[in-house]
Design a binder for this molecule. Sequence first.
Ligand SMILES: *Cc1c(COP(=O)(O)O)cnc(C)c1O
Length: 497
Amino acid sequence: MFYNSTRNNDIKVTAAQAISRGISQEGGLFVPESFPQLSLTDLEGLIEKDYINRAKFVLSKYLTDFSTEEIDYCVNGAYEKGKFASDDVAHLVDAGNGINVLELWHGPTCAFKDMALQILPFLLTVSAKKVSDGKTIVILVATSGDTGKAALEGFKDVPGTKIMVFYPEQGVSPMQKLQMTTQEGNNVAVCAIKGNFDDAQTGVKKIFTDNAIGEKLADNNMQFSSANSINWGRLVPQVVYYISAYCDMVKMGKIKMGDKINVVVPTGNFGNILAAYYAKQMGLPIDKLICASNANNVLTDFINTGVYDRNRKFFTTISPSMDILISSNLERLIYHMAGCDSNKISAWMEELSKTGRYTVDGDIKAQIGSQFAAGYCDDEQTKQTIKEMFDAGYLCDTHTAVAVKVYKDYVAQTNDNTPTVIASTASPYKFSASVLEAIYGDTADMSEFEKVDKLFELSSLEVPKSLKELQGKDIRFVNCCDKQDMEKFVLDTLLEK
Ligand SMILES: *Cc1c(COP(=O)(O)O)cnc(C)c1O
């Protein structure tokens, strides 16, 4: 199986090349040239398997240049017993009222990013061995909060790698910030920027594709790669848990093999929901993919109108990991829907970077309309939903609450009662202030860890060990730079040491 670039169909690379490069040199994203097909018999065969063996099966369909031993090594290393607080790794919970919640946050940093970022360092180092002859891989990350920590934790002290993370100074929760600024490891660096997530992401993409910087790195036997969801190695592990969740729905007797389900995903950079779309393209019986946004509702408008327009106010919300106006992975979706016409995609992406908007063709809009639904909600509705869920016996975080609210609206509008899986993307303890305000009231005079304690007292939901341990930990990283100085920070950090 080979991979093409969304902006140049003549580029054809192996999975190892796609993963070690992260992004194609002309700025395109790597996509599989076709989708391996899953039969119902394949799915039957996965039902009695555990997560590790489901993952091995799915990944082997895409990483065809990896040997069985290499895939075993990567999957075992990422998901072995003890790495995730839940034995089934991606835990499906019945939260009542027909809501099945896929808890993707039992990994070491308590966000769904761990699902991919625990395995990415293995995929990347195996890939680098195949293609980049001993160069040190330098991971650059732009984060809206969760990716940064999950990537740092995945790559810390991994031989042959260095990692640098940029986050928006004002755009992450106190717990997220503390997780990053206290990061351990000898190959890590963290820097805040004066700007928002889009600024961080744009800065990182620019550094990646700058030939002069690339040459400087090559002179020092280094090479950039990406741990953001633009990297194929981030997306492919995410396909696994949708397939796994479907198997669990069958196993729990909620559906029969072959029945369709709907999937709801709280969305920012469009990576998580794109993985669900890929699972559907492989033949997983998914009917609607429901894209949930917060007040930054650029995707809701795009899915409903076919016009992508980022020229709008940017809101800082209580679901900060979705505070994004440029959803990178949408490029992959429209590439597939445009019949892999890379010229068309290049033109639209050029328009996006010049004018901040583009309009897809009518037939793409129609395809999107038949496969996707979209909605959004504001912070007040998010909090109200947390309260409703809590009263019904389930405590969820702000991002998951956005998905639940959008799902409830969708059902009210359509009467579509197809069994549904809602992706739950973070532990409520990562966003204690907002969650506690929703179910308890004003928290202004409480410290972050008093909020955690109060939330535990009210909910009895166990506090993840990795968050508890942050209390009193030394702060290592206090840098904050202007967005135009990201390049300087990267070069200084890499070349001075
Ligand atoms: C990253 C993140 C999202 C958004 O996921 P995308 O793949 O960027 O769409 C949603 N919720 C949480 C908690 C996240 O960390």
